[in-house]
Write a new protein. Sequence first.
Lengths: 324, 421
Amino acid sequence: MPIGNVHPSVRPAQAGRTDGAAGSAPHRGVGRPRRARGLRSERLAPYILVAPAILIIVVMRLYPLLLGVNFSFTGDGDRNGMAVGLDNYLELFRAPLFRTALGNVGLLVLLLPVAVAIPGLLATFIYLRVPGHRVYRGVYFFPAVLSPVIVGGIFNLLLAFDGPLNAALGSVGIGAVDWLGDPDIAMFMVVGVHVWATFGMSLVVFLAGFATLDSALLDAARVDGASLPKVIWHVIIPGLSRTIQFVFVTTMIGMLTSMFGLLYVMTSGGPEGSTYLPEYYIWIQQGQMNRPALASAASTVLFVIMIVVGLLQIKLLKRAAREA
Amino acid sequence: MKQRAMWSAVLVVGLALAGCGSATGKDSSPGGSKGKLVVWDWKSGEPSAKAYLEKAKADFAKKHPDVTVEFVAQPFDQYYTLLGAAIQSGKGPDVILFNGGGQIRDRVDALVPLDEYVAEDKQRLAGWDAFTKESKIYASPVTLQGHPIYYNKALYAKAGLDPDSPATTWSKFLADCGAIAKAGAKCFALGNKEGAGIQFWLSGLGSGILTAQEYDNWIAGKRDWTSPNVKRVFQLWKEAGDAGLNNEGANSTAMFNDSFALFQSAKAAHVIGLMSDVGHWKDFSEFLTPEKLGVMDAPVVTPGTTPSLAYDGGIGYGVAKWTKDPKVSADLVRALTSTDALKSFYADAGAIASDTTIDVSQGGPAVTTLVSEIKGGKPALHVALSSKTLDLMGRLSQQLLGGSITVDEAVKQLAASDQAG
């Protein structure tokens, strides 16, 4: 498990000593004990130096994590503090709502390529200098500076049943759609809005990637008469493989961890519970249902999912990097 | 790798077997320092509560001049999450504002029973039931919260109906809705995005659907989910949706405050609203002047029922278990529910206060009707349900409107959830 590797990779002794106190002791010729003590302090120094960092990780990260896992094996309410074994986990996997939430995580993973392709394609157009590309660069980035609450509020108004989108559809003779009230559509709307609100960041990363792209290759392809799709497929995508990998990972993390605000504002998990995600479920159980232990169990499950998804991605990326 | 796997296994098994922590703090340690009481609420930041709090503070200072009181206004969205964290750590405010019903009953482990301290107030104030669990009182009611059916008298007149005699039976009500539809308005303004619409429906119309015996049994916890009348509540909900009595897109319309806005702007003739806080007579008065706003009884669905106003204690103050001196904290609760203080809360915030001796005749016909019905009122049906069942009911109600579940199946799931809790 790579994430468990907390040992510093720097070489301990010699390097970086500035005071010289411990190291300069032996020359007084006091002999072995002194030298041994000097060596010992030399050996301890690196541990002392990394101790604050490790302490912070242990106290602020690992301990609460373990405590949360521990809580997930205890009961709620009347059974507060009692060991209940796997009861919470069994309840979770029996709860249709939690299963919906997990299903939605799967949906997010499936929609990931779309969420990466959109900024990639738009960045390509900007790089290829379509007319007005400077304006687009600013416009595309603009939503990234808005808070999810504001974005959610804007789209709540736009997508309301009697809102402007339905009015526009109505004027061309298409019936109104309950964008946020139809359980088959709502999740896609929320994901769509999330992508709209966040793709600006990925776009910037892509543009940075383009800056490293060898323009001689592009020119050569053009001279040889390659069409735009061919240029994208054979020159741009291979040249940007590292960037694409990076955007994949960051977009996935963004989707799994920062959609709470949008969900909260746009759908409150509804309609019919169709837009629940694990983090929203955790919040509801802890805050509204007063079930902290069950929420701990759900958090643990989410944590495991994140580890698995993260490890899979690292593995895939490593393989892709080897092939590249 | 093998060793790592083994260590992880040991860790997991150890944690599972240990199970020694607890997700909610078991021990309570003292909260606010001596000579200072901390109150948590979501009201004290509002200008309309200013006079109320000042009067309450002055009243408390008379009894305990050496104790200072600090009000901490929390955002309501986060209130119970923050409170949950405080309870977990066994530290926090001395006096806590609660919503009546499930929100306080789920948390009585963290509260002091107030029976001995508030005995003198029992007659003067109404709405104790919502703050009582296993016949112990855990908070004193400040406001009453109920679910009257408000109607727009101007729309009634426009539709050719008599604004002063709204329908008393369901069939007449449906006929009136037909006339209102012809006049270009919907019958109900409904916001069910949060799944709260069904709660208002159940409590607003329940007294005309359940027999008196069924109603009392329901409140007492003996809920018969197989009763045809209980099923009818959900049947009518579905029928109203299918017949187009509600505004369109009810499942994506927020109750607060989009559905109330629909009612205020005369796009719908009725709304099952609230008595206090928001969505009530004073809120509507910006657009619906007192003479345009009416309050009606639930139409009789099941012959022989007597409709009554559904109300409970709305919000109330409780005392945390970890407070230094429960007596002093209870005195603060009593100051917060004194007649004087409540009078300003009624006048400024438009809340129907728990103190029924307050004169409301200046507020217009709707509020006078409301207060006159408090005597014959009964606890609201949905307040008796656990928050888990209410959450489920919200989702099922959306499914009923969307047509992806039958009434039978919905009632079956609710029965299972209710009986499990």
